[in-house]
Write a protein that binds this ligand. Structure first.
Ligand SMILES: [Cu+2]
Length: 148
């Protein structure tokens, strides 16, 4: 029977091998650079349909491994009007180059119209995050990367 120490070593080796590519930024097409989103930054979504604010809820400067609570605020970019009550915000996170790491979460809407979501970066490395906003017939997204 294998000792626990040997088994642990084999497991670490397997993880190290599997995760090699994910610590490198994946190749980018021109004009499709992914930015790291600084907490508290306000950005326009890809097709300029929405203004998106995404901030860490507990005033951390940077996200950390495991749970990160985010507050998300969205306005329609054309008139700076609020979203309709039926609007949804979905967050998809993944590690580029590593299978089986992706997760999709629907953000919870708060009484003041903001959204809350918890992103779980389950291991160190490069994470790719896509925020998708849908309001009626309008859908738009914003992608960024985080090095955890
Ligand atoms: Cu990984």
């Amino acid at each position: 029977m294998m000792s626990a120490r040997i088994l642990f070593g084999i497991t670490l080796l397997a993880i190290g091998t599997a995760c090699g590519p994910m610590n490198q930024p994946v190749g980018r097409e021109a004009g499709n650079e992914l930015a790291s989103l600084r907490s508290g930054q306000t950005v326009l979504t890809r097709n300029k349909r929405f203004v998106l604010y995404l901030g860490l809820s507990d005033a951390k400067a940077r996200p950390v491994q495991w749970d990160n609570a985010y507050t998300i605020r969205v306005m329609r970019a054309d008139q700076f009007t609020p979203l309709s009550p039926a609007a949804t915000v979905t967050i998809h996170s993944d590690m580029p180059g590593m299978a089986g790491m992706d997760a999709t979460d629907l953000a919870t809407v708060n009484p003041d119209g903001s959204f809350s979501a918890t992103l779980i970066y389950s291991m160190p490395g490069l994470w790719s995050v896509k925020v998708t906003i849908q309001d009626g017939t309008e859908t738009d997204e914003y992608e960024f990367e985080e090095q955890i």
